[in-house]
Design a binder for this molecule. Structure first.
Ligand code: ADP
Ligand code: MG
Length: 678
């Protein structure tokens, strides 16, 4: 028996390797660098832990997600391994102790955050006794495309060279080929072995339906009810997880389902006890359906989930894959249903535009600051007409990308002009990720093959899954003809495109015939499915920015289509569930800005200056303590909302716009004290 297998049994108590673990462990124990991309739960950790032990030294584990470090360390310690952690959340004392143990060679694993390597003296300390293996976990975070990316991560590769020749293994569950390349570049491991595998799930049938938000509750009911009502309580579609896009939607949806099912909502705005209760009831089989926001599911291990429904478009394909992966862990047939619409895309776009202001706005700020630190308000005043919320976001992003330096008192001075490149990349990437979700929803081919290609699993040659809507759709029988609206729009589209290709936006202006964008997009989809239209993603550069759009043109089929052919077109009923008239109240369209926030219109209320000041003082104290700009604790708009709303309990804090559960858990009681004192 090989050494690795023996270690596997003796130290980890596992009978054998899972698919593909062994090859990775062999390569890494033999000193090769590696990039490992496998889905969550596949068993990636073992792929550095086992080689680490086999190499008989200390493995340095770099993990950008502090929240996960504690958990990992606890698990390893429980298995009897010698393990320590050093990061900003730990005391000086315990960090010093960890260093001493490291230098004495008493550790199997030392966990650190990437920032630690920028602390003076720390890399030098590590160099005194080099690690035998370096593992970078959750490596997608160090990619400059990622949400959590910090410019200092770019120096990671350079900083690690001093610790070589130890092999480096980078691990992640979610990295597209672009991100994979970036990780390899950031870590300077061009020759690494790449293991990108395991993304195919053979027991999940994936369907995507275009369903307007107003019809989603009914669609969920339809999708979950048992086909054979006479056959007793067994429903092979349950238990189910439904992902809703907002807290409010999850509450409403759960309410709508309660008549038929044991259903409950789950979101970050609920008290920890209520969340715990919902989760336990779901895990123990007392609930049929849990209607959750994405807050749900981290580390959930329930094997028999039969259905995962997304009642709205997810923000990224990677996130979506992660979430549907919670179906059918037991290997039995399961389903994933995506209910989406064009309006969802618009909402996501709105939030991206809000969170990532145009680079030109950042640039205005960048040009206003100088080497001499100036208070943030002064910079804001100089700029004048920028909206205060946009200004806040822009400053934060500029700081994250190194364009300005900001001290705890929020004095700003000029940073590195290189900010623009990484920021633009991140922003474009975010928009591109959203476009990918749209492509997924509309893609004509097999859903599972889409995922396999999306993650770049080249070893997977199994082809179409045979069970998704696209694969099985060909045999579907429940079709209907185009209705009048659809026929009118289709005729207009064909006539308009006769003159040549058009962008989706232009085409809508010219060929929608006064119908809604939603109806127009639905017909586009239908015509594309009928292979009458070709739709391609295109982009052009304008003022240094990439503008994405869809180019639409007639196929040869479409060109030869006559009015009579339109009348013969069929809609696959499963792809279009029409909303019932009662569910479409005629009311003014709300702006996307309000979708998830209830309490933003407090325009004519005022906060007492004393309270504002008290909150500011408290915030500054925290910022100094942690050595970060005050806005990183929370933003000015949150501060003002706190002073106006004056929440008096932990639950009420969550009603303050921009105040999330993370903030509540970290600072909730201190803030309540501060508010109560006034
Ligand atoms: P990932 O990091 O890929 O999400 P983990 O490394 O956390 O996954 O592993 C998921 C679970 O699988 C853990 O509970 C781990 O103990 C278990 N596991 C990993 N490898 C094996 C194996 N060879 N045999 C049995 N269980 C394993
Ligand atoms: Mg992991």
């Amino acid at each position: 028996m090989s050494d690795l297998r023996r270690l596997l049994q003796q130290k980890f108590g596992f009978d054998g390797f899972r698919a593909s673990q062994e090859a990775v462990c062999r390569a890494v124990s033999a000193g090769e660098d590696a990039l490992l991309v496998m889905p969550t739960g596949a068993g990636k950790s073992l792929c550095y832990q086992l080689p680490g032990l086999a190499l008989r030294g200390t493995t340095l584990v770099i993990s950008p997600l502090l929240a996960l470090i504690d958990d990992q360390v606890a698990k390893l310690q429980a298995k009897g391994f010698r393990c320590e952690q050093i990061h900003s959340g730990r005391s000086r004392e315990s960090s010093r102790n960890a260093c001493i143990r490291y230098l004495r060679g008493e550790l199997d694993f030392l966990f650190i955050a990437p920032e630690r390597l920028a602390v003076r003296g720390f890399p030098e300390m590590l160099q005194k006794r080099k690690p035998t293996l370096i593992a970078v976990d959750e490596a997608h975070c160090i990619s400059q495309w990622g949400h959590d990316f910090r410019p200092e991560y770019r120096k990671l590769g350079e900083r690690l060279t001093g610790l070589r020749p130890a092999p480096i293994i980078a691990l992640t569950a979610t990295a597209t080929p672009v991100v994979q390349e970036d990780i390899v570049r950031q870590l300077a491991i061009p020759q690494c072995r790449r293991f990108i595998q395991g993304f195919r799930r053979t027991n999940i049938a994936i369907h995507a339906h275009e369903v307007p938000p107003s019809a989603r509750a009914e669609a969920c009911l339809d999708l979950l009810k048992s086909e054979s009502p006479g056959s007793g309580p067994v429903n092979e579609k349950l238990p189910a997880i439904i992902y809703a896009t907002t807290r409010k939607a999850s509450e409403e949806l759960a309410q709508a389902l309660k008549n038929r099912f044991h259903a409950q909502c789950y979101h970050a705005g609920m008290s920890p006890e209520a969340r715990e209760d919902a989760q336990t009831r779901f895990l123990s089989g007392k609930l049929d359906v849990i209607v959750a926001t994405v807050a749900f599911g981290m580390g959930i291990d329930k094997g028999d989930v039969r259905t995962v429904i997304h009642a709205g478009m997810p923000g990224t394909v990677e996130g979506y894959y992660q979430e549907i992966g919670r179906a059918g862990r037991d290997g039995k047939p399961s389903r994933a249903m995506l209910l989406h619409s064009f309006a969802d895309m618009k909402t996501h776009e709105f939030f991206i535009e809000r969170d990532y202001p145009e680079a030109d706005i950042l640039n205005q700020i960048f040009k206003t600051v100088s080497r001499t630190p100036a208070p943030r308000e002064k910079v804001g005043r100089k700029l004048g007409k920028i909206d205060s919320e946009v200004f806040e976001k822009a400053v934060e992003k500029l700081w994250m990308h190194g364009g300005v330096l900001v001290d705890p008192e929020e004095n700003m001075s000029a940073g590195d002009p290189g900010w623009r490149k990484t920021y633009e990349k991140q922003r474009t990437h975010r928009l591109e990720s959203l476009r990918q979700v749209g492509l997924f929803a509309r893609a004509p081919g097999c859903r599972m093959v889409f995922f396999v290609n999306h993650f770049g699993d080249k070893a997977d040659q199994q082809g179409a899954c045979g069970i998704c809507d696209r694969c099985a759709g060909a045999t579907s029988t429940s079709n209907r003809s185009f209705n009048t609206t659809e026929r009118t729009i289709a005729a207009l589209i064909l006539a308009t495109l006769d003159g040549g290709p058009k962008s989706a936006g232009k085409l809508f202006e010219e060929a929608a015939g006064g119908n809604t964008r939603r109806d127009f997009e639905a017909v586009l989809d239908l015509l594309q499915q009928a292979k009458w239209l070709g739709i391609e993603a295109e982009s052009f550069e304008k003022d240094g920015r990439t503008i994405n759009y869809r180019k639409i043109e007639l196929t040869n089929f479409g060109k030869s289509a006559k009015a009579a052919d339109i009348a013969k077109l069929q809609v696959n009923a499963a792809l279009w569930i029409a909303p019932s008239p009662t569910q479409r109240p005629v009311k003014k369209r709300r702006k996307a800005a309000r979708v998830s926030n209830a309490s933003s219109d407090s325009g004519n209320e005022h906060a007492s200056p004393g309270l504002l000041e008290a909150l500011r003082t408290w915030r500054l104290g925290k910022a100094r303590q942690r050595g970060i700009p005050a806005f990183r604790i929370f933003s000015d708009s949150v501060l003002e909302a706190l002073a106006i709303q004056r929440p008096s309990s932990l639950d009420e804090l969550l009603e303050v716009r921009g105040f999330g559960p993370k903030l509540r858990d970290k600072y909730g009681s201190e803030i309540l004290n501060c508010l109560a004192d006034r």
